[in-house]
Design a protein around this ligand. Sequence first.
Ligand SMILES: [Zn+2]
Length: 97
Amino acid sequence: MAEVIDVQKMCRACLVDTGPFTSLFSPTTRETLLFSQIFKYCTSVEVSDSDQLPKQMCTACADLLKTLYSFKKMVLKSNVILKQHIDSQGEKKETKR
Ligand SMILES: [Zn+2]
């Protein structure tokens, strides 16, 4: 007998069916972005409020996503700084000639 799975009552990220859940369409605490926006930004997975897929995440995944979002922003920011540094080093070498 097939187990009945209610996808509306699952975590979108890890599929756990026990809450508490955080809605993907609620704003994140310190950002003006919705969880669905940072979910897509970090995972490249499309989240829509008009599909039949889960629209919430468990607390553990919501926390992980917030951490991942901070990590990704940090890496991108550092990457810009590093590239600027390399560029300025290159310019110094060129002016010597
Ligand atoms: Zn989860």
